[in-house]
Ligand binder design. Structure first.
Ligand SMILES: Cc1cc2nc3c(=O)[nH]c(=O)nc-3n(C[C@H](O)[C@H](O)[C@H](O)COP(=O)(O)O)c2cc1C
Length: 255
C-alpha cells in the first residue's frame, strides 16, 4: 500500500509538518510506504485563468512546472493525505493555487481510484470551511474522502505540546483510514453521483467538438449504460439512487 502526504504550509518545519511527519511515522509502522511533499517547496506557478488546461488538455498549460509531476505521483497512490494550515477561515493561498492548477480534474476526473484523508490545522479551531474546500475539490476530481481531521495548535507548537494532545487521536484516525482503505472496493454514493452529474452535463450542455467532450467520449464515459468511470460493480440501488438525487441536483440545485 502506498501513500502520498502533501503539506501546503509555507512554514516548512511548522505545525502541519510536525503533524504530517507524525502521520508518516504511523504509516511506516503499518508497513505503508509514504512519500512526503511540501507544496511550498515545489515550483507551482499561479493559475493564469487562460483555460488552456480545459480547452486543450493539461499539458497545454503555459506553466512548465511541478504540477503535472505531482499529479502523476498522486495517480500512483492508494491514499493521499493532504494537510495544511487554516488562513482566514479557509485554505491558505499555496493550497488554493494548487487546487486551481489541478482544476482540469473537475472536467476530466483522473483520481477516482484514490482515497483521501484531509487534515487541517488552525490556531483557534475555525477550520470547517477549509476542510469543505478541499473535500469539495477532491470529490469533483473523483476521489473518495475516507477521513478528515481538524486540530488546533498554538502559533509555533512543539512536539511536547502536540504529542499528548493529538498522538492518540491521529493514531486512531490512521487505523480507521487503513481499515477503510482495505475494506472499500466499490465507489461511494457521492463518487457515483458525481459521475452521473458530470455525464449529464457532457451529454446535454457541452459542445461535441470540445476537448472535454471528446475525452469523455473516448473513455466510453458517455455510454448510456455506463455506471461509473471505471468498470467497478455498482449495485442497482446505488445506480438508481445516485441518478435520482443527481437529477434533482441538476434540475433544482444547479439551475
Ligand atoms: C495569515 C494567517 C492567517 C491565519 N488565519 C487563521 C484563521 O482564520 N483561523 C485560525 O484558527 N487560525 C489562523 N491562523 C493560524 C494558523 O492556522 C496556525 O498557526 C497553524 O497552526 C499554522 O500551521 P503551520 O505552522 O503548518 O503553517 C492563521 C495564520 C496565518 C499566518
Amino acid at each position: 500500500m502506498k501513500a502520498l502526504i502533501l503539506n501546503s504550509s509555507a512554514r516548512i518545519n511548522g505545525n502541519s509538518a510536525m503533524a504530517l511527519g507524525y502521520l508518516k511515522e504511523i504509516l511506516g509502522h503499518e508497513n505503508v510506504s509514504a512519500e512526503y511533499v511540501n507544496l511550498a517547496e515545489m515550483n507551482i506557478g499561479m493559475c493564469k485563468g487562460c483555460r488552456l488546461c480545459f480547452d486543450k488538455g493539461e499539458t497545454a498549460c503555459p506553466h512548465k512546472d511541478d504540477v503535472l509531476g505531482i499529479y502523476k505521483r498522486m495517480i500512483d497512490q492508494d491514499l493521499i493525505i493532504l494537510g495544511g494550515p487554516v488562513y482566514v477561515e479557509d485554505v491558505n493561498g499555496i493550497l488554493k493555487n494548487w487546487i486551481d492548477r489541478m482544476a482540469f480534474n473537475c472536467h476530466r476526473p483522473g483520481l477516482y481510484k484514490q482515497k483521501a484523508y484531509i487534515f487541517m490545522n488552525s490556531g483557534s479551531g475555525a477550520s470547517g470551511h477549509a476542510l469543505r474546500t478541499v473535500e469539495r475539490a477532491f470529490q469533483t476530481w473523483g476521489m473518495r474522502v475516507i477521513g478528515k481531521r481538524k486540530i488546533v495548535l498554538g502559533a509555533k507548537s512543539k512536539k511536547e505540546e502536540f504529542m499528548p494532545k493529538y498522538s492518540n487521536l491521529l493514531r486512531k484516525d490512521m487505523k480507521k483510514v487503513l481499515g477503510r482503505l482495505r475494506r472499500t472496493r466499490s465507489p461511494s454514493f457521492i463518487q457515483v453521483m458525481t459521475y452521473h452529474i458530470q455525464k449529464w452535463f457532457y451529454n446535454n450542455k457541452t459542445a461535441k467538438e470540445s476537448y472535454d467532450y471528446q475525452y469523455w467520449l473516448g473513455k466510453g464515459w458517455l455510454d448510456r449504460r455506463r455506471k461509473y468511470y471505471s468498470d467497478s460493480k455498482i449495485g442497482t440501488l446505488k445506480n438508481i439512487g445516485t441518478k435520482v438525487i443527481g437529477t434533482f441536483i441538476i434540475k433544482v440545485v444547479l439551475r
